[in-house]
Design a protein around this ligand. Structure first.
Ligand code: GMT
Length: 377
């Protein structure tokens, strides 16, 4: 048996794909016998029930009156160092360069070089923050000083090198799904709550940030619903939501569109859909498309970021240039009106999710990285 490790994990613990990936990874590592210590400002939302080998350390922020902004990052760095020393951590695995890799860098200065830092890049830290001159040099330092850096897609890796002028090795570790949670299931009764049997369901799940181009989702649906009896379900909440609600009203689509808000049981919700729409402007990976894929639901989306590394055009979904809502609508009509094509694509989705993005495979890839930086490989 490989050596069991003590691993600290820091992520954004609230909603978001990076928090999901970090938390699910921690749970899987704990199942394999490693000791996992989450260090964050609140309990990661996907942590679930109390489990063996999982610990949580809360970062308390000093709100002293001279501070204009409470120094969360400094408190986090200090907490990382304290936990690392007390628990004798081998690894600090941080998700997001800003501020987490920077805090880990500081923690390592306090603890010593035996503590190894692994940084996983998820997207926004590079595609948005690294473009900001006020943060760029700091992000470059945190990445260069990490003992290993992983990226969730080749596209993000390329962009990291380009934007930050970084030449160091970066490991590719795709997002993954736990197949005990994401699998195709019969949801006929749930489905009948949202659509008549002859209608198709299109779905969009996101945090409704401008980068998700949710208005394109509405445009695609407006075109599809002219040709195919269908419904559109929105899952999630975020800044663009009011604009979208207004647009739906303006187009007279209210009867065909429902907003489900934030949902916990994403696997069940996705299983009600015939197709997922993901027309993002930027998407380093697109975890939601993988979750759909594992449930046998294909994605129609944009050729943005890492999406083409996940969705194989013509096999497990269909992709078009960013903003080309006509092409995306045409693909949707094609898929939704050809039953044998839909069945073939759905089956291809299940195979691809299982073969390429299983939790067992990706967890092992992360473990290999930990062993490598510790000199245990
Ligand atoms: O998509 C978001 O806005 C959330 C963001 C996050 O911080 O969790 O997601 C990013 O990380 C996910 C997990 O690696 C990826 O699947 C998403 O593609 C990525 N989002 C963007 O690149 C916009």
């Amino acid at each position: 048996m490989s050596q069991l490790l003590k691993i600290g994990i820091t992520c954004y613990p609230t909603l978001g794909g990076s928090g999901v990936v970090a938390t699910e990874l921690g749970k899987l590592l704990a199942e394999k016998g490693h000791e996992v210590h989450f260090i964050s400002h609140s309990v990661p939302f996907r942590l679930g029930a109390f489990k063996k080998n999982i610990f949580y350390h809360e970062v308390e922020v000093n709100d002293y009156y001279v501070f204009r902004y409470p120094p969360y990052d400094l408190s986090l760095a200090n907490k990382m160092a304290q936990v690392a020393k007390r628990e004798k951590l081998d690894i600090l695995h941080v998700h997001y360069a800003v501020p987490h890799a920077v805090c880990a860098f500081l923690a390592k200065q306090m603890v010593g070089t035996d503590l190894k830092v692994v940084t996983t890049l998820h997207g926004t830290d590079i595609t948005v923050l690294a473009q900001d001159e006020s943060l760029k040099d700091l992000i470059r330092l945190a990445i260069n000083e990490s003992d290993a850096v992983t990226s969730v897609s080749e596209d993000l890796m390329r962009e990291t090198r380009e934007v930050l002028d970084i030449t160091r090795d970066i490991d590719l570790t795709y997002n993954f799904i736990d197949q005990r949670i994401y699998y195709p299931r019969s949801v006929e009764s749930l489905r009948s709550d949202f659509a008549f049997p002859h209608e198709k369901i299109l779905m969009h799940i996101s945090n409704f940030r401008p980068v998700k181009r949710v208005q394109d989702v509405v445009d695609i649906f407006a075109k599809v619903s002219e040709q195919v009896p269908s419904r559109l379900l929105f899952v999630g909440e975020g800044p663009e939501l009011p604009k979208i609600q207004w647009k739906i009203k303006e187009l007279g689509l209210e009867d065909k569109v429902q907003f489900l808000g934030k949902q916990d049981q994403i696997a069940q919700v996705i299983s009600t859909a015939d197709v997922l729409l993901l027309p993002s402007e930027k998407e380093s990976f697109g975890l939601v498309a993988l979750e759909a894929m594992a449930c046998g639901v294909p994605t129609i989306g944009s050729l943005a970021g890492g999406i083409p590394e996940l969705v194989t055009h013509g096999e497990t979904g269909f992709l078009a240039p960013i903003g080309d809502t006509q092409a995306m609508a045409d693909y949707a009509v094609h898929l939704l009106t050809d039953e044998s094509l839909a069945k073939k694509v759905s089956e291809a989705c299940l195979i691809r999710a299982k073969n390429e993005f299983s939790s067992a495979r990706i967890t092992e890839e992360y473990e290999q990285i930990y062993y490598r930086v510790l000199g245990l490989d």
